[in-house]
Design a protein around this ligand. Structure first.
Ligand SMILES: *Cc1c(COP(=O)(O)O)cnc(C)c1O
Length: 354
């Protein structure tokens, strides 16, 4: 018998490429094209004077950041959980809340990490097909489940549902935890945070990676009832007490304090999204109605994979999923206006010859 028989073997999540070249237009992992709030840069410069502090462990309860988040979201501090990116919040939530023989339900087309965590933790799961317009079928989530996870707006489709629509799913699942992953909510969808005090089985997850331009910092937030957050923390403290490093605790707080800058960046992205949708439409693309910082687009004649490869040769990276139903689509992050103008120009020239 080899030791390999005793290994936990998993098929990992495959993140988008992070190319080494710097002179590229990177529209493949939904990062924000604008820098983080100016206060973050200033704090980083000032932190170098206190680098000696790194001798010390960070706060295991991250109370300063939790206080800032509580102020920002108008929630009590004991209803907030902080993780190393929302991936960490979600992985911890899967481990904590999805512990039943009944399957956890999520769409067949959604954030592909959910399936990876379900497999990693041996959680039974069921993938519910989106309808022909790539919309989540609400009634599919009215049943007996070990848990439910919905991304709203969904990825990679970009489609948002209303808070009332999500609430109906929560209402019908009072016997299990319902997670609402709101990674893209700031780009034009309704948050379910106001429902937290009505449903003690609801966990709403946000991230600093997209709308706050801090993917490199790794901060995510889980919000829910006091009881839910306590269970999450019990599992977190059973794995790693010191998840958020000392400087990150300060930088994340500074991002929250600059609401004007945050709004300005989000508004710019939404305006560029509208412009890009219109231009791509003129070039023969059809798209879902995105409420996120990416577009999910398909050309009427040229295959997505061909466009994906062509764009790469021009130094423009977008995301292509070689998976059933979505392999005719490109997922294109909304970059700066300049970047999107270049993208449109390159596509225009190629399609004129195709
Ligand atoms: C990007 C993303 C996340 C993870 O983001 P983090 O960088 O780990 O905070 C989670 N869910 C969805 C749907 C995402 O698109």
């Amino acid at each position: 018998m080899s030791w390999e028989n005793k290994v936990r073997k998993v098929v990992p999540y495959v993140p988008g490429e992070q190319p080494k070249a710097t002179n590229i237009i990177k529209l493949n992992t939904n990062e924000n094209p604008y820098p983080p709030a100016p206060g973050v840069k200033k704090a980083m410069e000032e932190y170098t004077k206190r680098s000696e502090e790194l001798r010390l462990y960070p706060s295991p309860t991250v109370e300063n950041l939790v206080r800032e988040l509580a102020d920002y979201y108008k929630l009590p501090e004991d209803q907030i959980f902080v993780g190393v990116g929302s991936d960490d919040v979600l992985a911890t939530a899967f481990l904590t809340f999805f512990n039943s023989e009944k399957p956890v339900a999520f769409p067949d087309i959604t954030y592909s990490f959910y399936e990876v965590w379900a497999q990693l933790y041996n959680i039974p799961y069921v993938r519910k097909p989106l309808d022909e317009n790539f919309k989540i079928v609400q009634e599919d989530y009215f049943g007996e489940f070990g848990g439910v996870i919905i991304t709203n707006p969904n990825a990679p489709t970009g489609i948002a549902e209303s808070r009332d629509w999500v609430e109906e799913i929560i209402r019908k699942n009072s016997d299990c935890v319902v997670i609402v992953d709101e990674a893209y909510v700031d780009f034009g969808a309704e948050t379910c945070i106001p429902l937290i005090n009505q449903y003690d089985n609801l966990l709403v997850v946000h991230t600093f990676s997209k709308s706050r331009s801090l993917a490199g910092l790794r901060v995510g937030v889980g919000m829910g009832s006091k009881k839910l957050i306590k269970y999450l923390n019990d599992v977190k403290f059973s794995v790693n007490s010191y998840t958020i490093n000392r400087p990150t605790l300060e930088y994340a707080a500074l991002s929250l304090r600059d609401e004007a800058y945050f709004r300005e960046c989000v508004d710019k992205i939404c305006a560029t999204r509208a412009w890009t949708m219109e231009e791509l439409g003129k070039l023969g693309f059809t798209m879902t109605d995105s409420k996120t910082n990416f577009l999910f687009a398909k050309h009427e004649t040229v295959p997505a994979e061909e466009l994906f490869e062509m764009l790469k040769t021009k130094g423009i990276y977008v995301r292509y999923f070689k998976a059933p139903r979505i392999n005719e689509y490109l997922r294109i992050t909304v970059g700066t206006q300049d970047e999107m103008e270049t993208l449109v120009q390159v596509l225009k020239e190629y399609l004129a010859k195709a």
